[in-house]
Design a protein around this ligand. Structure first.
Ligand code: MG
Ligand code: MG
Length: 251
């Protein structure tokens, strides 16, 4: 999983560097597919079709600009100055998965977007710090949610992280806000989970819809969203981020 995590981290860095005004989302996806395959890995997302999806996913990246919260598809849309773009990537090495996402400012950095992104990154960091042996998923969710609330942002409801390993999406569901079930799942050393806050500048009563493409989830009021994610191993030495840029070189 460390090897898969490294491929994901390196791919995200390459895509981040290429995410400039005028570039098409599809071009970013082509770059990612090349980077993943040249690293000896396979893209997890390409052809992926969960039960709710009307079609298999058409790329190696979920690319979600502005009001698209998650699951945006690589299209011919050109990036524009001031866009806030979530880039989500998965890769498989020897049957093991890595999954991570970052959000980037395209060109000009808008102040509101910078605040939203900073809070989302802090929420992820808090969730990761809580992922220690003996903690429950309620501890992780509460850590993420406390940061979101403190900054005045809301979650995309019913979406969150997940177990990960031989499959990209495994049990348990890793919520971003407290749920009745979260306290029942206790983390143990050796567990590997993806933690992924998805915050937006709306409220807990904000509404969302899935676009006609069957994948992209957007805020109906057009408010912008940020999404960041890491694959994390729970270890006795503390949480290990497997998808961190510069992650260790072991197996
Ligand atoms: Mg994920
Ligand atoms: Mg992901």
């Amino acid at each position: 999983m460390r090897a898969a995590g490294r491929v994901v981290a390196q791919t995200l860095l390459a895509v981040q560097a290429a995410a400039v005004p005028g570039v098409r989302l599809r071009e970013l996806d082509e770059l990612a597919q090349t980077a993943i395959r040249e690293a000896g890995a396979l893209p997890s997302f390409l052809g992926y079709r969960p039960a709710w999806a009307p079609t298999p996913f058409n790329g190696a990246l979920c690319l979600s600009p502005n009001e698209v919260v998650v699951h945006g598809r690589p299209t011919g849309r050109r990036l524009q100055d001031g866009d806030l773009l979530s880039i989500d990537c998965g890769a498989i090495v020897d049957g093991w998965h890595g999954d991570a996402a970052l959000t980037v400012h395209v060109g000009e950095v808008l102040e509101d977007d910078a605040r939203l992104l900073q809070a989302t990154e802090l929420a992820l960091a808090a969730g990761i710090a809580a992922a220690v042996p003996g903690a429950t998923l309620l501890d992780v969710a509460t850590a993420v949610d406390d940061v979101a609330r403190a900054h005045g942002y809301a979650h995309l409801p019913d979406h969150g992280g997940h177990g990960i390993g031989r499959a990209m999406h495994e049990a348990p569901f890793v919520p971003n806000e407290p749920t009745p079930d979260a306290g029942r799942h206790r983390l143990r050393a050796g567990n590997t989970i993806a933690i992924e806050p998805m915050l937006h500048a709306g409220t807990r009563t904000s509404r969302y819809r899935t676009k006609k493409d069957g994948w992209s989830i957007v805020t109906t009021d057009g408010r912008r969203a940020a999404h960041v994610e890491h694959t994390v191993a729970v270890t006795d030495a503390g949480p290990e981020i497997l998808t961190a840029p510069g992650a260790s070189q072991g197996l």
